[in-house]
Design a protein around this ligand. Structure first.
Ligand SMILES: [Zn+2]
Length: 124
């Protein structure tokens, strides 16, 4: 670091400047806020008549994990848009994520493609 008064180079831990005697403020290291993000995707369970389920896939400091799962619903095709069942399942997952502290981000390309971010609590 450098003396805030005369600009002399000082050791980082110096509390006074050896040249001008000016006291040095200790450099407080502000921890950078870390964010984890999550994306909503879906999966099917079973093969013959599969159940569908939305899954919130998060990427945090320790890698990928599942941040939440929606209730399962049975496939019900509705021309031109998401079915009521699928929308209701997504609503459950989204409100659960918001309750868990996730903040919504701008939406992705699909109607269910919600994205979220959450501040990582340091030390957890
Ligand atoms: Zn100085």
């Amino acid at each position: 670091m450098f003396c805030s008064n005369c600009g002399t180079q000082l050791p980082d831990e110096a509390s006074f400047c050896w040249k001008c005697g000016n006291p040095q403020k200790p450099t407080v290291k502000v921890p950078e806020p870390k964010w984890e993000t999550c994306d909503i995707t879906y999966r099917t369970i079973g093969s013959l008549i599969p159940d569908w389920q939305f899954v919130a896939e998060a990427v945090g400091p320790h890698g990928m994990y599942t941040a939440g799962e929606s209730p399962r619903w049975q496939w019900d095709y509705v021309p031109g848009g998401p079915s009521k069942k699928s929308r209701a399942a997504l609503d459950v997952l989204v409100s659960q994520l918001v309750e868990d502290g996730w903040e919504p981000l701008p939406r992705g390309e699909s109607w269910y493609k919600y994205r979220f971010q959450r501040r990582v609590i340091v030390g957890s």
